[in-house]
Design a protein around this ligand. Sequence first.
Ligand code: FES
Length: 243
Amino acid sequence: MDTKSCLNCSRRKFLGGLASACGALSGMVPSPGCAENPPTPDLNRVLPLKIAAYPALQQEGGSVMLTHDGGTTVLLINRGPGDALFVLDPACRHAGCQVERYDKVSREIFCSCHGSTYAIDGAVTRGPATADLIPYPSRFSGGVLEVELPEFEFGISALSPVRTTGGSPRLALTFPTRNQVSYRIRRSTDLAGPFQPASFALEKDSLLDQTQLAGDGDVRTVYVDAASPRAFHTLELMVFEVG
Ligand code: FES
């Protein structure tokens, strides 16, 4: 079988909504580490975000709040001058309330609980908080913001060719999932994309009628069609805007 797939090709983001639905799909960013049949799984702990998908981050002073896990983890991302992007834990350092997004008019991040304020980079500017917002390690290059998250695993850990009982070729894609996290599979005939949504089956012989998998904390396997002689598959994690 010539079908190729990418391990750790996460790279994309969905703007949907939690309590306040809002959004549209963003693009996929293929990982430079994609390889055919990599010898060992190497799940990264990096959440990749294609910044072009966020209009607010196209100009200085823009600000968004995102979550990929149902709100357990929230990222406050502020656009500074030039390519500066500040990725912050929005938990106020006074008593833990979630601060608001950066306001480019007042030029501050405000905590409505007791009035603390912070600068665009998270530096505390007015108490009662006495410490800066905690930043997430991140890097921004090529339009992609990569945010390092603790205890975050994202990527296809194994793939193998299989056949249905009827003889149709399929590819089994295995990856760890987390609760409250939703996944999709995308496919392209070119590693450079574009990657289109690919339906999948939850069992080897089931219909290819699934488009989204809700994570449950277990390692899961899905099955995609492998009749095409050349196809790259990527795992997609859905990120939602909050706040
Ligand atoms: S929790 Fe933010 S000022 Fe008190």
